[in-house]
Design a protein around this ligand. Structure first.
Ligand code: AHM
Ligand code: MG
Length: 344
């Protein structure tokens, strides 16, 4: 037990109070070779999250709901808060020396911030600034998802440096703006959970080494698309319904994955006739969530036997089918999908 932990336990019999900032510094001190660059980037994300949370909380009052009147690179309407959140992240991360490239779901091209081939180790930060933003108008949960990769200095083009499989992520996480603002983070050593205490303006650690339940009779999918799914997914849903499963779907990946991490079950966005690779983006949504779920002991697959984290990206905005959650529940889905494909 470390000295600070001992102090907390001895003084009060309860664990010490650690903020996200303190947690990051604590992790950094365990890696003597660390320069603090990654810590500095995570602190920029935490500041962005507090700023976005403040906007989300007052959204109806400050007239930032609804469409900004433009389409993003995916051809979808941008909400005003999408644009605001994107700008907050670009501005906070842009000021951090350690960030070489930022890429956002909302921007067609990644932004190359610093080009030096030599110098300190730098990172690329990818994010979906406000995932599930169509939930905003009805006061539903929305979130920010982020992924951090090492900058590959051998690449000339910013996009090439970003096209690394998810297994190369150095850190990943999301912030859920719900009744509480919750930050879930992994830097490859398990998953830790923080809750924003608005009265002190800090994220406070509430759980370390989060573990996903190994199984739970719950699935999360847009069932309105059911008849468009490949046969195996349809068969799985029939099987689950015959076996007493519950259906839970918030329509915002951050909210759905958060529930799965805490309560177990399976979240999926399968291929559909309209979107043969599914709807979710590999780099901004699937990879960071897959890293979190695997770090919590779960599984995250794009197809039977195909880890999302092993998918080789070809474009920064590419989409991928997603099935993630409790290991036993992901297996149930993929067993049906494999059988459906074999029968076709
Ligand atoms: P967004 O990034 O444009 O908000 O879209 C992603 C969202 C996810 O949060 C969610 O899982 C999914 O879209 C819901 O899609 P659908 O409405 O098709 O069920
Ligand atoms: Mg999204």
């Amino acid at each position: 037990m470390r000295a600070d932990e001992t102090y907390g336990h001895v003084a009060t019999g309860r664990p010490p109070i650690i903020t996200l900032q303190g947690h990051i510094l604590e992790q950094q001190s365990r890696h003597p070779e660390a320069t603090g660059t990654l810590s500095w980037i995570l602190s920029a994300i935490s500041i962005s999250a507090k700023m976005i949370a403040a906007q989300v909380r007052r959204a109806r009052l400050i007239d930032v709901l609804g469409s900004a009147g433009e389409e993003n690179v995916q051809g979808e309407q941008q909400q005003k808060l999408d644009v605001i959140s994107n700008e907050i992240l670009l501005r906070t991360l842009g000021g951090r020396e350690g960030v070489a490239i930022v890429a956002s779901e909302e921007n067609e091209e990644p932004v190359l911030l610093r080009d030096e081939r030599e110098g300190p180790r730098r990172y690329c930060v990818l994010f979906d600034p406000l995932d599930g933003s169509s939930n905003l108008d009805v006061c539903g949960g929305v979130g920010t998802i982020f992924s951090i990769l090492r900058h590959d200095r051998r690449s000339d083009r910013a996009e090439d440096s970003l096209l690394q499989p998810g297994s190369q992520q150095v850190a990943a996480g999301y912030v859920l703006y719900g009744p509480s603002t919750v930050c879930t983070l992994t830097i490859g050593l398990g998953v830790d959970l923080f809750v924003l205490d608005p009265s002190i303006g800090a994220f406070v650690r509430v759980e370390q080494g989060l573990k996903i339940p190994t199984h739970s009779k719950s699935y999360s999918v847009n069932e309105g698309n059911r008849l468009q799914f490949p046969q195996g997914y349809q068969d799985y849903l029939g099987w689950a319904q015959q076996n007493g499963y519950s259906s839970r779907y918030a329509g915002a990946m951050v909210a759905d994955v958060h529930r799965i991490l805490l309560k177990g079950g399976v979240f999926m966005y399968p291929p559909t006739a309209k979107a043969p690779k599914g709807k979710l983006r590999l780099m901004y949504e699937a990879n960071p969530m897959a890293m979190l779920v695997e770090q919590a002991g779960g599984k995250a697959l794009a197809a039977p036997g195909q880890r999302i984290l092993d998918v080789r990206p070809e474009g920064i905005h590419q989409r991928v089918p997603v099935v993630l959650g409790s290991p036993a529940e992901v297996d149930h889905v993929m067993d049906h999908v494999a059988a459906g494909a074999a029968a076709a």
